[in-house]
Design a protein around this ligand. Structure first.
Ligand code: MN3
Length: 241
């Protein structure tokens, strides 16, 4: 057993006492060491939403949550499985002409699955603020919570086309970083563990906010679940040190 496996096993054993037992994220950590996005055969699975479709009202409307989770996230899971199967078949058939395309598509669709899965757990129905170790590291990396908020909001609002604003832990620098992601997989840094992700694809806001992406991003700060981001930082520190 290497150090990482040991830490993962320790985390699983200790998970129940470390994290609120009713959190979907905590349940995933206990089951799999981190968010459980695959079944025992390695195929991708979509976890249930951790709340009802109307839970994020009025900042995120019920219909948007339903369509977003069911079709945009759901179809990404189906597509990721499709390209995974195609790559397996290409290898079985020793016919590698299409693996270039299939690998790029798998990266896009699985990244969508990862980010959407994190996104749902990052949201709640009340305003929270970062505390504890997360706040300490925010202060260290960005100067203050207000500075981080302004940076993250600006980065998310200014994505060219569809993408995400992301707060992540970068283990190679032992620091928090804000990333601007295009589509679901571009402009990342190797190793970054996402803690808080903001979906600025038009499907995330267009029904309610129309073309006003900036209003949507500002509104999201009323329902960000910073406790979940803090749990994710705790997990990232345990798994990467
Ligand atoms: Mn989306």
């Amino acid at each position: 057993m290497n150090r990482k496996q040991f830490l993962q096993n320790s985390l699983i054993l200790g998970g129940a006492s470390l994290l609120p037992p009713n959190s979907a994220f905590a349940a995933n950590v206990e089951a799999n060491g981190i968010d459980r996005l695959t079944d025992e055969n390695g195929n991708f699975i979509q976890q249930p939403l951790p709340f009802n479709n109307n839970f994020l009202e009025p900042y995120m409307d019920e219909e948007t949550v339903y369509l977003h989770y069911t079709f945009h996230h759901g179809n990404a899971v189906k597509a990721a499985n499709k390209y995974l199967q195609q790559i397996r078949k290409s290898m079985d058939d020793n016919s590698l002409e299409l693996v270039d395309y299939q690998t790029k598509k798998l990266s896009l669709q699985f990244s969508s699955h990862i980010l959407h899965s994190i996104f749902w757990t990052n949201l709640g129905n009340k305003k929270t603020e970062p505390t504890g170790e997360l706040l300490r590291r925010i202060d260290r990396s960005f100067g203050s919570y207000d500075h981080l908020k302004n940076l993250l909001a600006q980065i998310a609002k200014s994505v060219d086309g569809n993408g995400w604003g992301i707060l992540g832990y970068q283990p190679y620098a032992d620091a928090l970083m804000v990333l601007q992601c295009e589509n679901h997989e571009k402009l990342t840094q190797w190793g970054v563990v996402p803690l808080l992700v903001i979906d600025v694809w038009e499907h995330a806001y267009y029904l309610k906010y129309k073309n006003k992406r900036a209003d949507f991003v500002d509104a999201l700060f009323n329902i960000i679940n910073w406790d979940n981001a803090a749990e994710r930082l705790d997990t990232a520190l345990r798994l990467t040190r």
